[in-house]
Design a protein around this ligand. Structure first.
Ligand SMILES: Cc1ncc(COP(=O)(O)O)c(C=O)c1O
Ligand SMILES: N[C@@H](CCCC[NH3+])C(=O)O
Length: 431
């Protein structure tokens, strides 16, 4: 298992941020999400530095869908990043955390009327408009409230990124954005003159997630810059902002060979400068929306091992007290993870086992082939790199309560989300 960020081993025990994982499991129980706060902050700072936020006024918007809580909003605010939200719930979380609304980008392919009202009322900086329906509603609500809303158009650039089918978004056949191929984007721009309360300031695209190759991002830059020039020439509209979305891949297992934040940012910035020079336009303000690459490696999940079932010559199932309810990614995408036993970090006898969750689904398998040490019931197992799309995609299937979340740093643990109780599970139910 790779040690990420501020992980270390002392007396055969795994520590994160200077805190013993055994102590965390004892104090907060399991399943438990642990976030290495300093690693999140470090990632934010790398993005600010290499994406030239101060130097070029570029912007980095953390994609809240990866992992968003009040504490996380606050941390993102302290690190001076913008925030990408995709629902009324995420927007409400940001609002409750006093996140500056002008630094919010509001996404979504089917924002409801209530969500749009809420965004306009709260004063979000940019709506990333996905379709004609949304455009009409924004105009109507802004008119009623006598407001002008700045927007980007989300476009579908027709780029095939090499990643899981479910997390590709840039290809032509996509539910997201205005297609380039059928002329929808041009039609939307032509209609702008009838929208007196909407100001188009930029374009947005997002080509997918967990992408290792830089080339699709370079292609995206080229398409967006060409479009900016074309829109200026055809419609005399000056678009000064280009939002390239998120998508940079991270390490989950040995097969993953991610680029660093520095390599990724430099490649995008360099290509933008070269391309703008080539076609003779001013370099626009660039925006990116990283989610996974900020939070994934900073998060881990602790479980307690319960039953161990050895089916001779077939497989050993090691079951833990969580599973697809706290991390659906293995079941949904066949995503791979690494694991270890936090109280036995130096044992040599390795067993090949399958780590299973506790849900009533055969597909609730967290790791199909895990190499872990002398396992016994009661041991504490950690899966690493669960910080993105883990807690945020958690469910209450089988009426399993959501786990607690702690942030650790400099030898201290800070509970940021309490464990859900059985009574809370029933809170919305009526007899
Ligand atoms: C519009 C948009 N921006 C940003 C992201 C964040 O992507 P990632 O977590 O891969 O960086 C996503 C999710 O894929 C997205 O849909
Ligand atoms: N939830 C996905 C990523 C979706 C990205 C959102 N557009 C994952 O776990 O990888």
């Amino acid at each position: 298992m790779k040690l990420h960020g501020n992980m270390s081993i002392k007396n055969n025990t795994l520590y994160i941020g200077g805190v013993s994982c055994v102590d965390l499991a004892n104090k907060y129980s399991t399943p438990l999400y642990i976030f290495d706060e300093n690693l999140i902050r470090e990632n934010c700072r790398e993005y600010r530095k290499y994406f030239k936020v101060d130097e070029n006024s570029n912007k980095v918007a953390y994609a809240g869908k990866a992992f968003l809580t009040l504490y996380m909003c606050n941390l993102i605010k302290e690190e001076n990043l913008c925030l990408d939200v995709v629902s009324g719930g995420e927007l409400y979380t940001a609002h409750k955390a006093n996140f500056p609304m002008e630094n919010i980008l509001f996404h979504g392919n089917n924002k409801t009327i209530d969500e749009i009202k809420m965004g306009i009322k709260l004063g979000v900086g940019r709506f990333v408009v996905d379709n004609f329906y949304e455009l009409d509603i924004i105009e109507e609500i802004c008119k009623e409230n006598n407001k002008i809303q700045e927007i980007y158009f989300r476009i579908t650039p027709g780029i095939e990124a090499h990643t899981h089918d479910y997390i590709k978004t840039g290809q032509i056949d996509s539910k997201f954005g205005f297609a380039l191929i059928n002329g929808d984007l041009y039609e939307a721009i032509e209609k702008l003159s009838k929208y007196k309360h909407i100001k188009l300031v930029g374009l947005h695209a997002h080509i997918g997630s967990q992408i290792f190759d830089i080339q699709p991002f370079i292609d995206e830059v080229d398409i967006m810059i060409d479009l900016i020039k074309e829109i200026k020439e055809k419609y005399n509209i000056d678009l000064k902002e280009i939002d390239l979305g998120g998508g940079i891949g991270v390490y989950y297992t040995k097969e993953d060979k991610p680029k660093t934040i520095k390599e990724f940012c430099e490649a995008i910035i360099n290509r933008t400068e070269v391309k703008c020079k080539e076609i003779g336009i001013k370099v626009p303000t660039l925006i990116i929306e990283p989610g996974r690459s900020i939070s994934a490696n900073a998060g881990s999940t602790l479980y307690t091992i319960g039953s161990i079932k050895d089916i001779k010559n077939v497989r050993t199932y090691v079951s833990v007290d969580g599973g697809m309810t706290d991390n659906i990614r293995p079941s949904l995408y066949k995503a791979g993870y690494e694991c270890s036993i936090v109280n036995k970090m130096k044992y040599e006898k390795v067993n090949n086992v399958t780590v299973a969750g506790k849900c009533c689904e055969s597909g609730d398998i967290l790791i199909t082939h895990a190499n872990i040490m002398d396992i016994e019931s009661g041991d504490i197992l950690i899966t690493t790199s669960t910080g993105a799309y883990g807690y945020s995609m958690a469910s209450n299937y089988n009426k399993i309560p959501k786990p607690a979340v702690v942030m650790v740093s400099n030898g201290k643990a800070n509970l940021v989300c309490k464990r859900q109780t059985y009574d809370e599970l029933l809170e919305l139910e009526l007899i």
